[in-house]
Design a protein around this ligand. Sequence first.
Ligand code: AMP
Length: 414
Amino acid sequence: MDKINSLRGMPDFYSDALISWTPVENKLEEIFRAFSISEIRTPIMEYTDLFKRSVGDTSDIVNKEIYSFNDRNDQSISLRPEGTAGVIRSVIEKKLDQQQSKFWYMGPMFRYERPQKGRYRQFHQAGIEFLGYQEGQADFELIALVCSIVNGLDIKNAKLKINHLGDKDSKIKFARSLVKFLEPYKDQMDEKDLERLNKNPLRILDSKDKKIQEILKDAPSLSDFISDSANSLLSTIQKTFGDQCIIEIDNKLVRGLDYYTGLVFEACSSDLGAQDAFIGGGRYDNLANALGGKDMPAIGLAIGLERLISISSVSKLDEKKVVFISSTSNIAPLAFKIANQLRITNSKISLDMDLTDSSIKAKLRRANKTDASHAFIFGDEEMSNKRVIVKSLLEDTEQVSMSIDECIDFYKEI
Ligand code: AMP
C-alpha cells in the first residue's frame, strides 16, 4: 500500500528537536509570569468571518493563506492564522471587554505559505495581549517585555524596529497621499504591488522590489502625518530602552495585518537569514469594535517560536538519565514498584525502564550506547534477595549490590 506523508510545511518534532523547545518555552513563561500576565487558551478553529473582520480582507493572510473549509453544518470555519483575533473574540463573548487584562498564549498557527527555512504552514507562536489600556504606559511595558525576551533568551544580533501608524484618520490621510505620489509610477509596478496600491496602499512600503524601494525614497513620510506626541513616543521608547536592545525608528515598517494603528514594532536578528523577524506586534485600538465589542484600546505582540528557538542560546535541557534493567526469565512486578519509588525519590532524573524481552546482557549493551549515567539491574538473584545492582556506565568501577533502601538513598544523590 502507498505510504501517507505529512502535509507540506507541517513538520513533526522528535525529542532531539524538542530538547531545545522546552527551555525556551519555560523561560518565556517565566518572563510572562514576572510581568504578571495570565495565560489564555482559545480554540485553534474559529468562524472564518472572525479573521476576515480582524486580520482583514485585504491582507495576504486572509486572501491567500487561510485554511478554510465548510463544516457539516455548512458554516465556513478556519484554522487560526494568528492568535489575537480569537483572544478578542473570547473577551467580548465573556464581557471582559470593559476591563483591563493582560494575557499570554502559546500554540500552533496555520498559514498556507510557500514553505522555506523559517516559514512553515503549521508554526508556533507565543503571544501577549494588553487589553483595555490606552496608548502610553502599556506601550512602554510591552517594549520592556520585548527587551526582557531578547536578553533573557540571549538573542544575538537583535534589532527592534519601531514605527507609529497614527490613528485611523492619519493612516487614511497618509494612504491617500502615498497613492497620489505613486500614481505616475504605476506602470513600473508588478501585479502584487498594484494590488497592494488598490487595496491597502501602506503595504507598498513593505515591497521587496528594489525599484519600488528606490521610488519610495522620495515618497511622503508617515512621520509627517502623525502627531508630535506619536513622534515623541517613538523617540522616548528609543531613549528609554536603547541600553537594553538596539532600537531603530523605521518609518517604512507597516506590518502585514490590517488591524494595527499607533505603535508597531518588529524584532529581527541577522542570525535568522532571509526570514529575519522573530517578534511582531503593535497597537490595535479598533479591533474589538470591528468584532462587535465595545471600544477597547489594546496592544500586543506575537513571537515566532521556531525562529526564536533557532537563535536562542538558552541552555539545552541538562537531564540526568539512568536505565532500569530487570530479568525477563520471569516478569518481575517488584521491579516496576522499585523503579517507581526511585522516580518519586528524585523526579528530576529520567529513568528509562527497558521494556524489551532481551537478556540482561543485551540490555546492558544497549544501555552502554545511551547517555545514561547508571544502570539499575534487577536480575533473578536480586529478585529473590530483594536487592538491586547499581552499575556506573560512565566510570570503570565495580558494580555495587544495594538493599532497596540503600538504593533509594543513592538515587537521591545522583
Ligand atoms: P505575524 O503574526 O505575521 O506578525 O508574525 C509574528 C511572528 O511569527 C513573525 O515575526 C515570525 O517570527 C512568526 N511567523 C509568522 N509566519 C510564520 C510562518 N509561516 N512560519 C514560521 N514563523 C512564522
